[in-house]
Design a protein. Structure first.
Length: 260
């Protein structure tokens, strides 16, 4: 339903599609439908702490996919920053308990790999504006997830009929905020920057979630949260420093090259 909302808001039929249809379908599968089905199904099978931790594999997955497709080179310092940030998330959400559901873990990891490949393919094959591209892929994801829902969920009509006003507000809010607005910002940044510059900032999501819990739901602000947050922010600082160092190095090499 959230993809349907995003597609209805963003897609403009009169503008047409420039991206080849086969790549549009492939990207919608890996970057939207398949990754959503795998990640959300996996999240439902494991503890919250493990889900929050493992989902962060989407960041290195996106960077590695971009590298494998030849879009950019790996930066060891930036990857070290990503690893430090993931360690910080482990401190924030807590280490997973023994005996977790392996199926859920496998689904989440497969979903993050699918998401990473989808992001790289968008950079490589998309030919449309960000708005038109997200709208088209959202609409293509609707039947994919509808089929997945029929396979793994039950009592569809009963849930639709008994949904409260608060729950329906949540659907609309997530469809507009978490999909339309967030995707426009995300892909807009991805259009102008390297994957390994943008992707690490997705690691801020668990911190934002924990912070909202403290502010709006009176959850306790613990020392582990503060320490983990410091690690995450330190990791992000390293990724930015790696970019700046790379630019400085490139500038120096150009300056030092003799003319002619």
């Amino acid at each position: 339903m959230m993809y349907a909302i995003a597609g209805a808001i963003l897609f403009r039929p009169r503008s047409g599609i420039k991206t080849p249809l086969r790549w549009l379908i492939i990207i919608s599968v890996f970057g939207f439908g398949l990754q959503s089905a795998l990640i959300f199904y996996g999240v439902s099978l494991v503890d919250t702490s493990l889900a929050n931790l493992v989902v962060q594999a989407q960041v290195p997955s996106a960077i590695l996919a971009a590298w494998l497709l030849g879009l950019e080179r790996l930066n060891p310092l930036r990857m070290a920053g990503v690893a430090l940030a993931i360690l910080g998330i482990a401190v924030v959400v807590g280490m997973p308990k023994p005996g977790e559901a392996y199926l859920g873990l496998i689904c989440i990891l497969a979903g993050t790999a699918s998401w990473g490949l989808g992001q790289a393919l968008i950079r490589l094959k998309s030919r449309d504006s960000i708005r038109q591209l997200i709208g088209a892929m959202s609409l293509l994801a609707v039947p994919q997830l509808f089929a997945a829902s029929l396979l793994i969920e039950e009592d569809h009509l009963g849930r639709l009929m008994t949904g409260s006003a608060y729950e329906w507000f949540g659907v609309v809010f997530l469809g507009v905020g978490s999909f339309v607005v967030a995707y426009l910002i995300w892909y807009g940044l991805l259009e102008r920057n390297r994957m390994d510059q943008v992707a690490p900032f997705a690691l801020l999501m668990p911190l934002v979630g924990m912070f909202n819990g403290v502010v709006f739901f009176d959850e306790t602000l613990t020392a582990s949260f503060l320490f983990g947050a410091a690690l995450v922010l330190s990791g992000l600082v390293i990724t930015i420093m790696a970019r700046d160092a790379q630019r400085v190095g490139a500038s120096t090499s150009r300056i030092g090259t003799p003319a002619g």
